[in-house]
Design a protein around this ligand. Sequence first.
Ligand code: MCA
Length: 495
Amino acid sequence: MRPWRDHLPDPAAYVPDREGTLLRAWARRVAAAPGRPLWHEGGRWWSAGEFAEATGRAAGRYRAAGLAPGDRVLWSTATSVDALVAHVGALRAGLVVVPANTAYGARELSHIVEDVRPAAAVLERDEQREWVRQVAHAPHVVAGPGLDLPDGDPGPLDTAGPGDPALVCYTSGTTGAPKGAVLTHGNLLANSEALRVAWRWTADDRLVHCLPLFHAHGLAVAAYGTLLVGGSAVLLPEFDPAAVVDAARRQQASLFFGVPTMYHRLVTSGAAADLRGLRLCVSGSAPLRADLHRAASRALGSGVLERFGMTETLMNTSNPLDGERRPGTVGFPLPGVEVTLDPSGEILVRGPNVFAGYWERPGADAGAFRAAADGGGRWFATGDLGADDDGYLVLRGRARELIISGGFNVYPTEVEDVLARHPAVAEVAVTGTPDDEWGEVVTAWVVCEGPVPDVGELRAFCRDELAPFKQPRLVRRVDVLPRNALGKVIRSELR
Ligand code: MCA
């Protein structure tokens, strides 16, 4: 694979700050230019100084509510400035933020609450607030994104060090329930810093931000990157091709970050051709099919830059800003990151971007990390299979049977466990079926004695247990499920 130095015109000029944190780097930006625009929402700009003040106030509210550094804050919000104030305010107070999808239902949220035992929860929807109040380890403080709590003295801000936890992000394996990946303040800085230099992201850049904030893409790439470089972003509460074009034009944006489903919709709606003024369009969170890559690049007038990241590692590789952006590949390691393939082809990652481990799960850590033969720390085994295409990393599928739909991860076992409880279903297996728009859609393969429930019936059955994006979109009847000698279902044969 090409070395990360190939991302930089002058590798010697890249001096990473391993002692610092994202918050302290950002505080320096604000102090130097408090009047610069930062977030645009609802027809007005928030300046950097205004946002800094609001986050300090939020930190004071958490402290007044009795929260202390290290306490967790469950945070499940739509994309908005309020949500970012509540988020950055928590980090500034030394609290550990636990992002969760706003589509999650009671079961999905209560698992996280029981596992991470948050002291506070900042939740978008009324019903989410009701649900978490009923969990055994219910947080003491439950608020909406506006953080409507009494003010208090924030005390010292931004004191967390690079090794202190900043986020616990929930993600699943093939077995068991979702586990929390602990990302440190140093991880957040290393990731943003690598993107800043690789993509020549500067204070003059302006991003159209229409991604959810509760995943690494919208949070660690889009929002933290904007803060680190001292740039600005137009926040859109949801993705809509016409709104993206309108925001890009009116606010003279230079950047767009999206998932492949968004590029598909930009191309099919014709909106992509109206985004030719953008300097850089980045795709991530799911593989961008080479034909969609070409169609989008043609319409946008510049090559879409595809990159590869994971919740546990934030961003690992990227196609180059200068030079060939090769469709069907995710480029080569970002500055500071090492990537290698083990003999089975699994992608291993090492670097200052790699998380500290899973929240209270030493067993999961033992399976995820491998001691490095060169004595230089440990490799994180990503579970993704890769190949080296003349210096560029190609994703070759997954060692684990994850489905990616519209950029959201879906774990087959979780969906199977719910569907198996349907009275008409004798046995079930879940796989991803290729789909032009969504990348993959969830398909349920069912064995039934009597009539097969249709897709509407199965979706209704799981409504209270599974977020909509995990519910099956296709149902196929089979007489038997293919199994190996140990009786384990071979999902790869169900296609
Ligand atoms: C919404 N629906 C979905 C999805 N999203 N179904 C399957 N897969 C999905 N991803 C459901 C809705 O709930 C609705 O269900 C129905 O589909 C139609 O909704 P529609 O309005 O068409 O969808 P949308 O609301 O426009 O959402 C599409 C979207 C969204 C904008 C592409 O899925 C999205 O924001 N994706 C981004 C995901 C992301 O940020 N991933 C980053 C994680 P019903 O009809 O039942 O109501 S990965 C990451 O961070 C890593 C580290 C990385 O490298 O980036």
